[in-house]
Each structure stands twice: as C-alpha cells, then as structure tokens.
Design a protein around this ligand. Structure first.
Ligand SMILES: Nc1ncnc2c1ncn2[C@@H]1O[C@H](COP(=O)(O)OP(=O)(O)O)[C@@H](O)[C@H]1O
Ligand SMILES: [Mg+2]
Length: 259
C-alpha cells in the first residue's frame, strides 16, 4: 500500500498487494465472490460508505473496495439502493467492450449487507492525473467511449486509476445508466471527433450483445428494462453518427469538483 492510498484509508495495513491481476477477470471474480471480506478502513474522500477491504480465498488475497447498499447516499436523480448494481452493470459493459476499463466488480453479501465489491487497483503516485485526464492517451479515449455507452454522470479526475503499466482503469460507476442523457465528465477532448475503428468494433459488439447476447440477460438483472433500452439506443446512435458525443445542453457537462 503506498502513501497515497494510505492517506485515503483511515486504518490498516492488510495483506500484501493484490495477488490477482485485474486483467484476469475470471480469477478476480472468483476471489471477490467467494473470498472472506475484512474491512480495513473507510475511504475518507468517498461520498458513500466506501470501505477499503481485504479479501481472501484459498490462499489468494487482494485488496478491494466494498460499497454496501445500506451506505449509499440517497440522490435526487437515481432511485435509492441501486448504485451497487449500476457499478456491476458498468463492469459487464466494460467486459463486453474488451478494454478492461473497469476493474473486476461483483455484487455480493458482506459484513454490512449486500453491495458491490471491486478489486483495488493501486494508482502509480508519480502519474499526474490532471495531465492524464487532458491527454490523448488511447486508454483515456477508450474510457470516453465507455462513459458515453454507460451514460456516466460522474467521471472525475480522481476516478482515473493508472497502475503505471500504461493502462488506465476507472472507478465509481454508481451514477450510470440513466435513461436521460446525463454524460458528465472531464474527458470531453474528443467531442464531435470521429470514433476510432476499434471503438466502432467495440460498439458493434456491444450492440449485438445487448440484443441477443448474455450482456442483455445480465443487464436485465441489474437495471430496469427502460435503462437497458436506453443503453442500446446510445450505442446505436454512436454507431450511426460515428462520432464521440457532444455535451448535453441541459445538464452541467463537467462534474464539480472535477477532482
Ligand atoms: N477499485 C479501486 N481501486 C483503487 N482505488 C479506488 C477504487 N475504487 C475507489 N477507489 C478510490 O476511492 C475513492 C472513492 O471511491 P468512489 O468509488 O469514488 O466512492 P464514492 O462512490 O463514495 O464517490 C476514489 O476516488 C478512488 O480514489
Ligand atoms: Mg467518487
């Protein structure tokens, strides 16, 4: 655990850093779903009860975030008690897109009841997140496409997690999948620009999986039918226009504070 993450947690040095890679989705999901969860601290910057935990199963251990549904702060624009499921739905979309944007995330019971559990990704403290958020990096551009698909209403700079291997993960996807267009993000640098061919391929895959693949079934367990329909419409609109979306006109386009 580095100084930066220790600052964010209020307590505890747990087991050594993740022994399962966020790139190994199957192993990470098995650990997160079946492991015993120990709360080590609370993330002080979080707006919900966001707990820093260790998870252990069959000799494998890792750090993770646990957000119990009971600790969700009520919001005026999202139904109560649904943020954990939205986080898992965002992970399912990320898996289908194939870019590993969201660290492995599951829904399970825990010491404070059901909630979402997500593998901890330790960000490289030497990477400047403001610079990264304004960059032309492929991983950031992919995140912008992903955010448009899930309709992320809260992509802040502090939600970028670069472990230092060139990849960038994103966290905090509780306020996604609104039926209304609510994209609110710090990543507008590609607005109106043509989507890359890899983005069009990923969107085509998601569009298909939202119609007949397992993604439709999985999302139906986590979201309302209207929210799944809206996701399908957003993907199809992007495939039709083949550009990164523009900011909504009736909604603040940048989260505040942006960090
Ligand atoms: N999977 C994760 N790996 C590493 N850090 C994380 C992870 N999830 C959250 N964090 C850190 O914890 C902070 C608070 O988590 P966040 O998901 O934003 O909670 P909240 O929903 O309460 O805003 C994030 O800004 C980030 O710094
Ligand atoms: Mg947050």
């Amino acid at each position: 655990m580095t100084q930066s993450s220790r600052d964010r947690a209020t307590a505890g040095d747990g087991p050594p850093a993740s022994t399962v890679s966020p790139r190994d989705a199957a192993a990470a999901e098995t650990l997160l779903l079946g492991g015993s969860l120990t709360v080590e601290g609370r993330l002080v910057q979080a707006s919900n009860a966001t707990l820093y935990c260790s998870v252990e199963h069959d000799g494998i251990s890792a750090h993770c975030v646990y957000k119990p549904v009971a600790g969700e702060r009520p919001l005026w624009d999202f139904p109560d008690g649904t943020l954990a499921e939205r986080e898992v739905a965002a992970y399912e979309v990320s898996k289908e897109m194939g870019w590993g944007t969201v660290p492995p995330t599951v829904h399970r019971d825990g010491p404070y009841g059901p909630g979402m559990v997500q593998l901890w990704v330790e960000p490289d403290p030497d990477i400047d997140l403001v610079t990264l958020s304004r960059s032309d990096e492929d991983s950031i551009r992919r995140m912008a496409v992903f955010d448009a698909v899930v309709n992320n209403a809260d992509r802040k700079i502090g939600h970028l997690l670069p472990p230092g291997d060139g990849h960038v993960y994103g966290c905090d996807h509780g306020v996604c999948f609104s039926v209304e267009y609510k994209l609110r993000t710090v990543l507008w640098q590609w607005r109106g620009k043509p989507l890359t061919s890899e983005a069009l391929e990923a969107l085509t895959r998601v569009s298909k999986a939202l119609r007949d693949g397992s993604l439709a079934t999985r999302l139906a367990e986590l979201l309302t039918p209207e929210e799944v329909d809206a996701a399908r419409r957003r993907v199809d609109l992007m495939l039709k226009h083949r550009i990164h979306p523009y900011p909504p006109e009736d909604w603040p386009a940048i989260p505040w504070p942006p960090l």
